[in-house]
Each structure stands twice: as structure tokens, then as C-alpha cells.
Design a protein around this ligand. Structure first.
Ligand SMILES: [Zn+2]
Length: 263
């Protein structure tokens, strides 16, 4: 088993992220959850029932890829159990070997947009085009367990940010801090789009040439996901789906499946 990170530092970082999520009102009460990959088959995760803005590093728990608690317990976490929403996190790690951190939150503006039927498939905000791409919204799923997992399952290969209708957000990244940064970008973008709609809707948009420049920056930063070209073409009418896009997507899926099978 390969250790990827300093576990102590990661515990502290997850607690800091919990504080920021609470302070920025991305979560309330005991909602939301944060996890990070410790190794191929070990995940450090926030437990069920705790206010994520007030956790201590020793309260975090370690689970295997089946969601079972493993590893040493402490007096601070012996009584704590995994969240039912952990299945959603595990699905991300299983499908995406590149994912090292997952954040699930309840950002109010972004959730309100899913309820109002305003989608994120618009190229109106440069930050969104570059960092988040076209964000999909799942159909409503009961906020726990299998339904949540199934809702994101067919999307996570091609997206780093997903909205769960009426419920919350899911962001993933190469580390848990970047997954949190994507949550910040998501809610910030949602606030802008919300204000645009309050002001009567968009009266203009970024020109296709300029959007293509943003997509090029996204690619240069290594943020592009399989299927990007097709999505930007369908949502914003820019670019043209590469003829080998489908081939690339299939290749990525096969690579991930093989990685899961032999890991
Ligand atoms: Zn939730």
C-alpha cells in the first residue's frame, strides 16, 4: 500500500476546509462531507453527525473502498460512524484514479438555481468556463446512500463539479483543497448567475472567439475532461466536437476500469 500524503496534515486540512465551508455558509448543521484518498484503498473522511465547522483532526475516520471503518480508533472517534453519503465519495474514487479529494456541500445559491430550473450550461462567466466547464445537474435523488451514488455515477468520469438537484454540490480534484476551491468557484458563479437573472437575464454574452480562448486556457491548465468539446458545442455553440472525442472518452473509461480491476 502506497501512502500518498502526510495523514496528520491532511486531517488538519480537512478540518480547515470544514471551518471555511461553515463560515462561507456552504453547509449548515451537520450537513456536508469531506474526504481525501490516503492510499489506493484507504479514504480519510468526515464522520456522520458532526458539525463540519467544529471538527478536530482526531475525529476524522478512515474507511476502505467498501465504506467500512478500518485503521486505529481514538477516544475522539471510536463512537463515530461513516456518513450515508460516503457511497457517493467512494464512487468518485473508484471511477477516477486521479481523484484525491471529494467535497459535498449544500451551497444555497447553486441549489436554488437547480430548483428554479436555471442550468449551469452557459458560457457567461470566464471562471466557470475555465475551472468548472459545463456543470451537469442530476435528477433529484434521496440525499443518502445508493440513490445519491447512482445519480452521480454516470457523470463523474467526465466532470469535476456536479449539482445534485434540490440537494447540493459534489466537487472532486487532485487534492482535497482543490476540490474545496471548486466548490467556492461553483457557488460564486451561481451567485453571479442568480444576480443576472434578478436583473432581467443576460443581455449579451462573451463572443464565441473569446469563449474558445477560455476553453484553450482550460485545456492548457490540464482541466479539460473527456466530452468537453461536445458539451461546449451543445451548450454554448462554440468549437466543434473533435472527431476522436468519442474515442478518447471510451479510452478513458477502459483505462479507469482496468485500473479499478487491477488495483
Ligand atoms: Zn447532502
Amino acid at each position: 500500500m502506497v501512502a500518498y500524503v502526510n495523514e496528520r496534515e491532511l486531517r488538519e486540512q480537512i478540518c480547515l476546509i470544514g471551518q471555511l465551508m461553515h463560515r462561507n455558509q456552504y453547509i449548515d448543521g451537520a450537513s456536508g462531507n469531506i474526504s481525501a484518498r490516503l492510499s489506493d484503498d484507504r479514504i480519510l473522511a468526515t464522520p456522520s453527525g458532526l458539525a463540519k465547522g467544529f471538527m478536530t483532526p482526531d475525529q476524522l475516520i478512515i474507511v476502505n473502498m467498501d465504506g467500512e471503518r478500518v485503521g486505529p480508533t481514538t477516544s475522539a472517534n471510536a463512537h463515530l460512524r461513516p456518513t450515508s453519503e460516503l457511497m457517493m465519495h467512494l464512487e468518485c474514487y473508484k471511477q477516477r484514479p486521479d481523484v484525491m479529494g471529494v467535497v459535498h456541500a449544500h451551497p444555497p445559491t447553486a441549489i436554488a438555481m437547480t430548483i428554479a430550473g436555471i442550468d449551469f450550461g452557459q458560457c457567461l462567466v470566464p471562471e466557470m468556463v475555465v475551472i468548472l466547464g459545463i456543470i451537469p445537474t442530476t435528477p433529484y435523488a434521496t440525499p443518502s446512500g445508493v440513490e445519491n451514488r447512482d445519480a452521480i455515477s454516470r457523470l463523474i468520469l467526465e466532470h469535476d463539479a456536479i449539482m445534485l438537484a434540490y440537494h447540493g454540490s459534489l466537487t472532486v480534484a487532485k487534492d482535497v483543497w482543490d476540490a474545496y476551491m471548486r466548490l467556492e468557484s461553483l457557488e460564486h458563479t451561481a451567485k453571479i448567475l442568480f444576480m443576472v437573472h434578478q436583473l432581467g437575464g443576460p443581455k449579451s454574452s462573451i463572443s464565441p472567439d473569446q469563449v474558445e480562448k477560455l476553453i484553450a486556457i482550460r485545456q492548457k491548465l490540464g482541466l479539460a475532461r473527456p466530452g468537453d468539446a461536445e458539451r461546449f458545442y451543445q451548450a454554448c455553440g462554440v468549437g466543434r466536437p473533435a472527431t476522436d472525442d468519442l474515442e478518447n472518452r471510451v479510452r478513458q473509461m477502459v483505462t479507469n476500469l482496468l485500473s479499478q480491476h487491477y488495483s
